[in-house]
Design a binder for this molecule. Structure first.
Ligand code: G3H
Length: 496
């Protein structure tokens, strides 16, 4: 068990004597009242007062762009980050273990999340070196030389999601930090403890007040921070509803930059010319990796009527073969869900689909057992059902038969989301005819492949309500900075 009684603010590990939140693992253990989620630790439930103190510390460290960190040379900022990476790497086994226990992610995926984050930080360091190299002086107009700088924006509030509590928190925090901003960072509710081992590493690697933590209930502490008008960038990965609420709390929304990755309902389209075996294996990865709890997950499948039976047969077979178990079991694919309300919500979705004429076509699909939900293929889904538009964020695969390709195109046009799509076809002509309509509706079209964010160095964003700003390496470094120009008119003394 990890009992956290400290938080990082203004360069100090502050002791917290107030109330704490208990953290229960999705992994259940036998108790006298039957199987129950296991208590694995506690963390501080700080109040708005501590959040405001952290904000003051971040503002003081930024000091209107004149602080030690925003004015530090790129080389020295990189050295600080390299020190942090070294210290973070020393905590690998503990953090991987905490990812497994806190959010129920398999060992393989938890280790991947950690390693991918280290790779991402190193790629960001290289990206910053590239940007720095490009900032040489150039002749802007006759007699004027200029130098472009990338300058920080101020105080960045970073909030990551529970499904990638480490990796996605860092895909905003790290580029924001390295560009010279100062940081307020609130770990996700599920996935808080795993950040605890990193607080000391932050403290020892960066000047005081550059990285500060926010603990406590989001609804208690974050609106007040936004209302001060002193948050310059909101970096949020999670639900559109929460992001909109936070943006609205800011008194000068036109002065707030938002870097957001939000809701998505990514479709896979299986045409009658698809390689069905390939489509099934990619759809399984796309729809059920980490139990479908990914913004990039395939959350609805359109299959051409002529191949629907064969596709569904292969899909349900593949689903039934997936190993269900605890995060540390070998080859496990389906693991317990961290959000306590999720099994009931998914059951509601399935019941609603059944009431509107669909069935679960694989054995045990949708059966719940404590925090487990057995993956379910639901067919045929129609527009009356929750599963048609709602982002289920769980192990349910809704499937819709179609006759004309105009049907999935119309679905995407009407969708409030626009993150990704996967198109499965072995007909080159058909593929090229489908790229154009979709590439103008979503931000990534995957051909004969699942939807996914990686590799992390590529731009990651979405259209409509799915995102604002772009993550990755170079794009993220730009998202957390602004171009400033130093233009010098040449005269006799500065000609050289
Ligand atoms: O949950 C959203 C993540 O950005 C998904 O990332 O596609 O690498 O699993 P991923």
């Amino acid at each position: 068990e990890v009992h956290q009684r400290e938080y990082l603010s203004n360069g100090e590990m502050k002791q917290w004597d107030g109330p704490v939140s208990e953290v229960y693992s999705p992994v259940c253990i036998p108790t006298s009242e039957g199987l129950k989620r296991k208590l694995i630790g506690t963390y501080p439930i700080c109040t708005e007062k501590e959040a405001m103190e952290s904000l003051d510390a971040a503002l003081a460290a930024y000091d209107n762009g004149r602080g030690e960190w925003p004015t530090m040379s790129v080389d020295n900022r990189i050295k600080s980050l390299e020190k942090f990476v070294y210290k973070m790497s020393e905590q690998r086994s503990l953090i991987v273990k905490l990812i497994m226990w806190e959010i129920g992610k398999s060992y393989a995926d938890s280790a991947k999340e950690f390693d991918r984050t280290i790779e991402y930080i190193n790629a960001t360091i290289d990206g910053l070196k590239d940007i720095d190299r490009q900032s040489s002086r150039f002749e802007m107009a006759e007699g004027i030389v200029a130098q472009v700088r990338r300058s920080p924006l101020g105080v960045v509030l970073c909030m990551g999601p529970f499904n990638y509590p480490l990796n996605e928190t860092f895909t905003t925090l790290i580029p924001a930090l390295i560009m010279g901003n100062t940081i307020l960072f609130k770990p996700p509710k599920h996935g808080t403890l795993l950040h605890y081992p990193l607080l000391k590493a932050f403290q020892e690697s960066f000047p005081k007040g550059v990285v500060n933590t926010i603990y406590g209930r989001g609804s208690d502490v974050t609106p007040g921070l936004m209302q001060t008008g002193n948050i310059n960038v909101l970096a949020f990965i999670g639900s559109s509803k929460v992001a909109n609420g936070l943006k609205k709390s800011h008194p000068k929304v036109n002065r707030l930059r938002a870097v957001l990755s939000l809701d998505a309902k990514n479709a896979a389209i299986i045409t009658k010319h698809a390689d069905l075996k390939l489509a099934v294996s990619e759809c399984i990865l796309g729809a059920l990796s980490f139990n479908g709890q990914r913004c990039t997950a395939i959350k609805i499948i359109f299959v051409h009527k002529e191949v629907a039976d064969e596709f569904l047969g292969l899909l349900s077979q593949a689903v039934e073969n997936l190993k269900i178990g605890l995060p540390w079991e070998k080859d496990v694919k389906i693991t317990p869900l961290p959000e306590p309300h999720k099994p009931d919500y998914l059951k509601e979705c399935i019941d609603d689909a059944k009431a509107n004429g669909a069935s679960v076509i694989n054995e045990n699909g949708g059966v719940t057992s404590e925090s487990f939900v057995f993956p379910a293929v639901v067919y045929p889904v129609n527009e009356k059902m929750k599963l048609y538009r709602e982002e289920q964020f769980g192990p349910i695969i809704p499937v819709i038969p179609f006759e004309s390709i105009e049907e999935p195109i119309a679905y995407q046009i009407d969708s409030p989301h626009g993150m990704q799509v996967s198109i499965f076809s072995n007909d080159a002509k058909e593929i090229s005819s489908l790229i154009d309509p979709f590439v103008n509706l979503v931000s990534r079209v995957n051909i004969n492949a699942q939807c996914q964010r990686g590799p992390d160095v590529f731009p990651f964003t979405g259209r409509k309500d799915s995102a604002e700003g772009t993550l990755s390496v170079h794009d993220a470094l730009r998202s957390f900075s602004i171009r400033s120009l130093v233009a010098t008119k040449l005269n006799e003394t500065n000609k050289q």
